[in-house]
Design a protein around this ligand. Structure first.
Ligand code: ATP
Length: 229
């Protein structure tokens, strides 16, 4: 479904990804783990066409490497970044309505059922929302936009535990829907609850790939690559 084959990414002269290969198969929720600065966000941005890359990125059998980001988004590759893409001057409902795309399996009513909080706040301006509500709105906007794959960048970062639980519930629902997800997430408990497989990045390279069961059983992976040093 989504395949990265030896992908390199650059910010000017700075070479940030050094041959990343990974895949997300139909219906899978896959996490991308790693310490700060490992290149997780850059990997998501590379897929979304927002960074200069070399190598091959293909989605549904079509190479999308080097295509403009709007073209990649149009194919249903939905990148949800923290605090991104919400219009503060528009209400919650207006933010959702401008994102609705024909053919999405999620209608406005569906996302209001999934996110009761957004329904309550539908007339509020985007800038009046809490961090958790903004995150929910960002995910809800992606859902009504007919995503064929979701790329989520740290959706629980900085959120209170009850809101984290809410986001986990939503991600579980998305997984059940069969839309594949590539999730960047620091909260390992969240990752282990949801994921089919995990990849770990270190200094722009994939250093571990494994099933959720293997990852949970092998504590040495987190000690080696994920523990704070
Ligand atoms: P974090 O959890 O801290 O966001 P990350 O794994 O997502 O970490 P990236 O944000 O992808 O890491 O950053 C990877 C490397 O690229 C870091 O060394 C970072 O300093 C560098 N980098 C990120 N964005 C830019 C940019 N716009 N210009 C130059 N260098 C950048």
């Amino acid at each position: 479904m989504l395949t990265l084959d030896q992908v390199h990414a650059y910010y000017g002269k700075s070479h940030v990804l050094e041959g990343v290969s990974l895949e997300v198969r139909p219906g899978e929720l896959v996490t991308l783990l790693g310490r700060n600065g490992a290149g997780k966000t850059t990997t998501l941005k590379s897929i979304a066409g927002m960074v200069e890359t070399k190598g091959t990125i293909s989605f549904d059998g079509t190479a999308i490497t080097g295509r403009p980001s709007h073209d990649i988004a149009r194919r249903g590759v939905a990148l949800v970044q923290e605090h991104r893409g919400i219009f503060g001057m528009l209400s919650v409902e207006e933010n959702l309505k401008i994102s609705v795309r024909k053919g999405s399996r999620w209608s406005l009513d569906d996302v209001y059922t999934m996110f009761p909080r957004l329904k309550e706040r539908r007339r509020n301006g985007g800038k009046a929302l809490s961090g958790g509500e903004q995150q929910m709105l960002a995910i809800a906007r992606a859902l009504v936009n007919a995503p064929r794959i979701l790329l989520l960048d740290e959706p629980t970062e900085g959120l209170a535990p009850v809101i984290v639980d809410e986001i986990v519930r939503i991600l579980g629902r998305i997984r059940e829907s069969g839309v594949p997800v590539l999730l960047v997430e620091q909260n390992l408990a969240v990752c282990e609850k949801l994921a089919d497989r995990h990849y770990v990045l270190e200094q722009g390279r994939i250093v571990y790939a494994g099933s959720n069961a293997d990852f949970r059983a092998d504590r040495s992976v987190r000690d080696r690559y994920l523990a704070l040093d």
